[in-house]
Design a protein around this ligand. Structure first.
Ligand code: NAP
Length: 326
């Protein structure tokens, strides 16, 4: 029989690396399948100024490098490969990294979420140079300048309200003439004197060579083009949790997020942390915090003793309250 790991951690962002640090320091020798996108969303950010401990800020990739190195220092084994398949129906659990099967008594899922983009070449080119999906992370760099937010849901309203505190003006570009967001958020946006709305408009191009200078939109009714002067464009058209791997294995909500009670999923011994189960905060620091919680929960669960191998009885879905419910 193959060796059975105490813990396999799937995904290497702030949540996964923090879980690895805690699990390694608990002598559980975690195996981390960090994926080819190791580092997660912070690899796409430049300066991170809101992660406590760095007076002058730190580059996103550098912060991830530190977390990764810290996990390795305590004995975590990290592999930059993608998990292709999992089987949580019996213990020990099976996790296939590429085609190699790994066995584990417990699993921590930290595969994160991916922000949706408009998929325009100019948007891709100017990512990190004024184009962003995180107002909390990047808004501050463009203070006293005009900014654009794309989207019509609660995220777009929230980003616009946050940015209005520092921008000279904020223009929300929305593809319809009605917001999808909750009425209370819409009311706050419409009351805010700094926020304008460009209805019935889609982004054609982000204008600028090395930094954002304007956002070119096309009116969906008249077809006319307009350049909205802006130093930054924040895309807030939703996130997709990276959970396709777990469909049919654990309970997910209707948007695909892992349903958790604390960090426990619907399968005993399988835990989840970070953005893959967080529809509210979505910050590196909250992901790291929940990674610590997942490792401690897994450690306690292992310590309480499991008999393996055995058939896993999934917790009834109703018993797992979505911790992220609004
Ligand atoms: P969302 O509700 O799915 O809204 C996405 C918005 O982006 C929609 O207005 C959509 O337009 C627009 N959009 C999507 N694809 C687009 C594209 N390719 N081009 C242009 N526009 C596009 O996503 P969300 O705002 O991230 O919210 C996700 C969930 O979290 C929601 O349940 C929301 O209520 C919740 N949330 C709550 C809060 C809060 O309560 N404080 C904060 C943030 C998020 P259409 O309307 O035309 O489809």
């Amino acid at each position: 029989m193959k060796d059975v790991h105490d813990i396999i951690i799937i995904g290497g962002g702030p949540a996964g690396y923090t879980a690895a640090i805690y699990a390694a320091r608990a002598n559980l020798s975690p195996y981390v399948a960090e994926g080819f996108g190791a580092g997660g969303q912070l690899m796409l950010t430049t300066d991170v100024e809101n992660f406590p401990g760095f007076t002058d800020g730190i580059q996103g990739p550098e912060l991830m490098q530190h977390m990764r190195g810290q996990a390795e220092r305590f004995g975590a084994v990290l592999e930059s490969a993608d998990v292709s398949r999992v089987d949580f129906s019996s213990r020990p659990f099976s996790v296939w990294v590429d085609e190699e099967q790994h066995l584990a008594n417990s699993v921590i899922i930290s595969t994160g979420a991916s922000a949706r983009w408009l998929d325009l070449p100019s948007e891709t080119r100017l990512r990190g140079f004024g184009v962003s999906t995180c107002a909390t992370c990047d808004g501050f760099f463009f203070r006293d300048k005009p900014m654009v937010v794309v989207g019509g849901g609660d995220s777009a309203m929230e980003e616009a309200l946050f940015l209005a505190r520092m921008a000279s003006s904020v223009t929300i570009v929305h593809r319809r003439e009605e917001f999808r967001a909750s009425s209370i958020m819409v009311a706050r946006v419409l009351e805010n004197e700094k926020i304008k709305v460009r209805w019935n408009a889609v982004v054609e191009e982000v204008v600028g060579d090395e930094k954002v200078e304007a956002v070119r939109v096309r009116d969906t009714v008249t077809g006319e083009l307009e350049d909205i002067p802006a130093a930054a464009m924040f895309v807030a058209i939703g996130h997709d949790p990276n959970t396709s791997l777990f469909a049919g294995q654990i309970d997910l909500d209707e948007s695909g997020y892992v349903l958790t009670d604390g960090t426990r999923t619907s399968v005993e011994g399988v835990f989840a942390c970070g953005d893959v189960q967080d529809t509210i905060y979505k910050q590196a620091i909250t992901a790291a915090g929940s990674g610590c919680m997942a490792a401690m929960d897994a450690e306690r669960w292992l310590e309480a003793g499991i008999s393996s191998p055995e058939k896993v009885s999934a917790t009834p879905s109703a018993a797992v309250a979505p911790s992220t419910e609004r």
